[in-house]
Every structure is written in structure tokens, then in C-alpha cells.
Write a protein that binds this ligand. Structure first.
Ligand code: AMP
Length: 126
């Protein structure tokens, strides 16, 4: 068992600088960039720079410094994008994992979605 990380995934290539991205925020351990197919007026992906497949992998194996940096960076992007509930209308945070989570890119990412009402949390299975 264990978490197998594939370093050929597209976000690993973004982190290596092999393909471009539209960066919103970069910190010591975290990169936030715009989703290439935005589903809402604000659609930002936030990824740790470390090689973690999913949220559970990250929570189990990342250092405290990485976890603190990542958690705070997500909130900072919400603030920067004007979707924080501290004075704004809010957002949805999604992190898909594995087959049932319908995760396409096997590098941990959260989607920050905002700028409109997001509708129902879970759609019928597709
Ligand atoms: P998920 O299904 O949660 O793994 O979501 C993967 C997300 O990555 C999708 O919303 C894609 O639109 C997005 N995506 C794929 N390639 C890129 C890229 N090169 N730059 C930005 N976003 C991307």
C-alpha cells in the first residue's frame, strides 16, 4: 500500500516550469493558479509544491510547515480574489480524490470557486 505519486502529471510539469500557468499566488510551499477551464467567475487551483497525490496523502505525510503554508495560502487567495466571507459573498472549496472523487490530475489541488452561487453540492453521478 502507500500513496504512489506520478511525476508526469500536468501539475508536476507546471511546478517544474515545463508548461506555463496563470499564477495568482506563490509561497514557499504552495502555488495557486487559474484553472484553464473556469467553472465560475473565480476558479483558482491551489497546490502544494511537494509530491502529494491527494488531501489524505498530504495530511498524512506533509510537514507541519507545508500544511500551515498551504492552509493559509488557500485563505489568502480567497481574500485576494474577493470571495472571502470576511466582507464578501463566499466560495466553495473542492478537493477531488481518486476514482470515486473523479480526480483527473493526481497531484493534490483544491478548487476555489466563487463569484456566483454554486448550486447543489453534488450532482447526479456521471
Ligand atoms: P480534478 O478533476 O479535480 O482533478 O480537476 C483538474 C482541473 O485541472 C480541471 O478543472 C482542469 O480544468 C484543470 N487543469 C487541467 N490542466 C490545467 C492547466 N494546464 N492549467 C490550469 N488548469 C488545468
Amino acid at each position: 500500500m502507500g500513496y504512489a505519486y506520478d511525476d508526469q502529471n500536468i501539475f508536476a510539469k507546471i511546478l517544474r516550469g515545463d508548461i506555463p500557468n496563470s499564477t495568482v499566488l506563490e509561497t514557499e510551499h504552495t502555488l495557486a493558479f487559474r484553472d484553464i477551464e473556469p467553472q465560475a467567475p473565480t476558479h483558482v487551483l491551489v497546490i502544494p509544491k511537494g509530491a502529494y497525490v491527494s488531501y489524505d496523502h498530504f495530511a498524512a505525510e506533509a510537514s507541519d510547515a507545508e500544511i500551515i503554508d498551504y492552509t493559509r495560502a488557500i485563505a489568502e487567495v480567497c481574500r485576494m480574489e474577493g470571495v472571502s466571507i470576511d466582507g464578501n459573498d463566499g466560495f466553495r472549496l473542492i478537493s477531488n480524490a481518486g476514482a470515486h472523487g473523479v480526480q483527473d490530475v493526481p497531484h493534490l489541488h483544491v478548487h476555489i470557486l466563487g463569484g456566483r452561487r454554486m448550486g447543489r453540492m453534488v450532482q447526479p453521478a456521471g
